[in-house]
Design a protein around this ligand. Sequence first.
Ligand SMILES: *Cc1c(COP(=O)(O)O)cnc(C)c1O
Length: 850
Amino acid sequence: MFSRTAFTITVNPKIPPRLRRLEELANNLWYSWDRATRTLFSRLDPHLWEAVGHNPKAFLKRVDESALLKATEDRVFLATYNSILSTYDSYHDASSQDYAGHLGPQDQVAYFCFEFGFHESLPIYSGGLGILAGDHCKAASDLHLPFVAIGLLYRQGYFSQTIDSMGNQQVTYTISDFEDLPVTPILHANGSSVQIEVALPQRIVVAKVWQAKIGHVTLYLLDTDLAENSPQDRYITHNLYGGDRTMRIEQEIILGIGGVRALQALGIKPTVWHINEGHAAFMILERIYNLVEQGLDFASALESVAVNTVFTTHTAVPAGHDHFSAEMMQTYFDSFYRSFNITREEFLALGHAPGSPDFNMTALAIHGSRTHNGVSKIHGDVSANICRDLWPQIEPEENPISYITNGVHVPTFLAQEWSDLFDRYLGHEWRNKMCDTGYWSDINAIPDHLFWSVRQSLKSQMFHGIRSRITDQNTRNHGSEAHLDRLLKFVDPINPNVLTLGFARRFATYKRAALLFENLDWLRKIILDQDRPVLLIFAGKAHPADVPGQDVIRRISQIAQFPEFEGRLLLIEGYDLRLARRLVAGVDVWLNNPIYPLEASGTSGMKAGINGAINLSVLDGWWGEGYDGKNGWAIKPGPRDMEGVLRDKEESRALYEILQDQVVPLYYNYGKLGYSPEWVKMAKHSMMSLLPRYNSTRMVDEYVTKFYRSASNKGTLYTENNFAGAKNIAAWKAKIRNAWRGVTLRRLDIPSERAHFSEALNFKVAARLNNLEPEDVIVELLMHRQYKKTRLSNFNHFKFEYTGTKDSDEHIFELQLTPELCGKQEYYIRIYPCHPLLSHPLEMGMMVWL
Ligand SMILES: *Cc1c(COP(=O)(O)O)cnc(C)c1O
């Protein structure tokens, strides 16, 4: 062999002045939901566009000068370019701050997350959590919210997936060249880049701050891959969900602590801090640290930090919550708790979760925030239950964990064909009517045949994409041409009239991707029908450490190779945002069958629903509230304590029955029309019932009106006048904690068992307050008519008045009440601490029932 040196030189095109703003378009992830912009780039050179993975910035650095020069002469190209710029400029027009009124002029929301998914060109996401965070930012931009986001800039991101002929998942990592990503370093006036420092044991790690633009919103990304750092520390921001516990805690320290420092370095002063999943919860410690440095005591600092912090949990199993050993916490946070002037035990208690000695990030996030939520109604209840011990005397259904159901960013996931059709039949203003349920009933105005033909054309496009992916897979796995023909038999873009079911998501075992294969004979009967064939499309990644998840992939791959399933069951590799966009728009039915109640929300079904695909799903996560009886199909989950094998059997039976008796007949119920009118009816109903509710505008709007606004207001109350509010509430809580054990309640009136309608009842109780004042407590009666079990929140609440009388060490409270309904009433009497500065009435977790 010759020994030789490969020299390289990169030649970048000179962007002609006429097209100069292409660079601006390439540097704003606005293109991730503006399809016209992406099409504009691809028209310059479709092959290069594919080769650079739909990345406009990488594209612009490689496109041939001649293509650019040709474009400057192309009148159609220039007209499109100008029209895109005018849309872009009006979107970014700062004067149209229509949403500023919802928050005060000083307000600023900072949103922390471990991953963000906007578009395949910025590979710093793995799945649902990241895409949800991306959609949150996009909606915040659409709404002109004062909003910044903080994350990590991963050098390798998550892995790329291929699947070999044995069904084994193969993992490859690609090193990103940051110059090619839609991010730019933030520079000081003197041209040097903005960096922050974070102390880790025995060393200082430096992180550089990058920014990505998402419309109006800026996302700040931290990167430790710098020459100043040791080789190990350069590795901290290398991959998402890779590495060991040390790597994880260091990543979370960079995000949480480094994130706060980055905002400080940039002069950004958030008034609301949103922690999206526990990974970022260390930010609480850094913010407390800053206040303690200013001279505030720990308890007041904690109150001050928590009051304007919002925490969203996304996990439905306690084991899914991130945690670190007490030793690790000691190693990394020794200096923190010393400076807080609290004991090691007090510090560890911030992360205490029952049943484990570990420091739990969800517990920290809850201790350090006063607004906490799950991501669907069911998940709100599940989370309230998981965290019940944080409010030991409060029933989970009343504790402060509430919910805001997830939503998806419609412009990102809605196919172009639909937005064109909406423009025509609903009018251009549909973009501003995203949450107006009445307005969307106009989908009925779209003629059925047109609706059906859009569905079929989206399926054809999906088939095109699938064909090329399956072809690549087959070639790589050394399959023959003849074999390929078999595989592609049903994915025929010319004739897409085959009922197509899609299942694509992470292959986490609780999602039960293989449920459809419980009873293969039954499945054969359903899908092998000559006249009414069914095509099944599967895709998804399993985490490289998730062995059972990879087993599921292997199982599906093997079934797909049974001769009778060839071509009818396709397993497509490399699930990412791009494939997701195609699948959710192209399939007829979106299948989801997780183990109840483990799907916190799920979002892919929403993406499918807005595109007119119909959901067939277990009533879990968002579908528990999205399903209205007519907009899809529901599998009712077995009881919670049902054993796994039996549950799979029962629920797969329901799945087969629905497919056989309802889905297949409905789809193939063609009249002379050439389509099934009943199918179109259901798809339309699904679209109009889901789109206005499960979009991210509704979601972010709920965060603003329910959480951000009050968090910000309370934040002001706590901090103004040198933290008077925070000190006040901290002192009050200490007083309550001391006294509560001695608080008792005793009834003085004789309970009567019967009363006449309109008769006033008098209740009288004596409360021993153990040195608390009557204003420190609420004595309350809850009543409801007893004919079915109901949540405490559905009881009517009546407040007792303090009579002004004190009898030895007991305060006397009275209530006069006239029941409004007849029949047997059930009632309870209770006392709990209360203070006007609390964020939630039961925040103290203390209560005494009579
Ligand atoms: C929407 C989406 C997800 C989340 O899907 P779920 O159904 O919520 O699990 C995961 N990955 C990609 C690429 C997505 O687009």
